[in-house]
Design a binder for this molecule. Structure first.
Ligand SMILES: [Zn+2]
Ligand SMILES: [Zn+2]
Length: 372
């Protein structure tokens, strides 16, 4: 590499844009011999550096969102009871039954992961029929985790082309749950403040595309057969992910926001996941912003820790009778002269989260989370 200031050979990358995702025909990451050269070149490099930093943030957030979305799909797989998966090349046939009245979260089913030992196959089936859900999730994530760098969000409905994989459900009498070739696909198109535009698709694996993000022009050329976007109303966010700052105040706000979004399955889940992310950040003395800015190696380790933690806690939440009570009040908390006494009814369980003097209780009642 050559120094962007004096053209001498060097191997030191600008710490601002180092490690950012490189796209085809791209603006370069800058290299310098030393801090003096970096300072001398800063005026020229600054806009590119900022663009690359925004891009890094976008890719990091999307990688986290993709993994959390799979966890959510796996643990709260609602309507399809899949008994077997037949795979011939890249053609998947899922066999099973459908419970049309199943509502998340009370009737949730855990996804049959044992039928799909390969990670890619599992992701493919997890994303089956999930594009609307994935798009709604992304709108929330854009509103919350990415709001400082995104200038425009648009939902794009289209017929796909160049599918690498097809998927169908049997029996076909499942009316509106059809094979992937006969349903339209929804994704999110976002434009960053830097002007870069990307296609975001959490549910692309059902078609054989596992990356949640692609440059917009490339996606358009490669994947869109016919754009039907004019039929889609603009995306609305419930604001569940907006409060990702590590303080108790926001934790309570998130908890109450979760109440409003009960019934909107994804919002509810994203609310819970944000709550657990906050829990982890508090323990780590980190902000979400600072996590995203860590140098690559440390970032990857922390990110994996975070995702493990969220998976573990979310697993605990959905495995317990927490969601299965169907609106029945199952837990009371009584205060007795300064001591908190937790009274449980029947086999219901409560999860108590303590922060110094403050206690948050997750109950099995339909209001989900109560603050005391
Ligand atoms: Zn130099
Ligand atoms: Zn830079």
């Amino acid at each position: 590499m050559k120094c962007a200031n004096c053209n001498e050979p060097t191997t030191l990358a600008c710490s601002g844009c180092q490690g950012s995702p490189v796209l085809e025909g791209d603006a370069d990451i800058a290299y310098y011999c030393n801090a003096t050269c970096q300072r001398a070149n800063w005026k020229d490099h600054k806009p590119v550096c900022q663009l690359l930093k925004d891009r890094t943030k976008l890719y990091r957030v999307l990688a986290i969102a993709q993994r959390l979305w799979y966890i959510y799909r796996e643990l709260t797989w609602a309507q399809l009871d899949i008994h077997s998966v037949e795979k011939s090349g890249e053609e998947f046939i899922l066999r099973g039954t459908i419970d049309r009245d199943a509502r998340w979260p009370v009737d949730y089913k855990v996804f049959p992961s044992h039928l799909l030992p390969l990670k890619e196959d599992k992701e493919a089936v997890l994303s089956y029929n999930g594009c609307v859900d994935g798009a709604l999730w992304i709108v929330e994530v854009v509103e919350g985790w990415l709001k400082d760098i995104v200038s425009e969000t648009q939902q794009v409905r289209h017929w796909t082309t160049n599918d690498l994989r097809t998927m169908s459900f049997q029996p076909a009498s499942a009316i509106h749950i059809l094979d992937t070739l006969s349903v339209v696909h929804d994704i999110i198109k976002i434009t960053l403040r830097s002007g870069e535009t990307f296609a975001i698709d959490l549910a692309g694996a059902q078609y054989g595309y596992h990356d949640p993000i692609m440059e917009w022009e490339r996606y358009k050329k490669l994947r869109i057969l016919e754009d039907l976007s004019s039929t889609v109303p603009p995306p609305v966010a419930y604001g569940v992910a907006q409060l990702l700052q590590p303080n108790l105040q926001n934790k309570y706000l998130l908890a109450s926001m979760r109440k409003y979004s009960v019934g909107v399955g994804y919002g509810d889940t994203l609310g819970i996941m944000n709550y657990h992310i906050l829990e982890w950040l508090l323990d780590e003395h980190l902000t979400f912003e600072n996590l995203l800015k860590l140098p690559e190696e440390r970032y990857e380790k922390k990110r994996d820790d975070l995702i493990d933690f969220v998976e573990w806690t979310f697993h605990g939440v959905v495995k317990k009778p927490y969601f299965t009570v169907n609106g029945t009040e199952a837990c009371h908390v009584k205060w007795e002269s300064g001591t908190k006494v937790l009274i449980m009814h029947g086999s219901a369980e409560c999860r108590v989260v303590r922060f110094g003097e403050e206690i948050v209780i997750l109950t099995t009642g339909d209001s989900g989370i109560e603050n005391f």
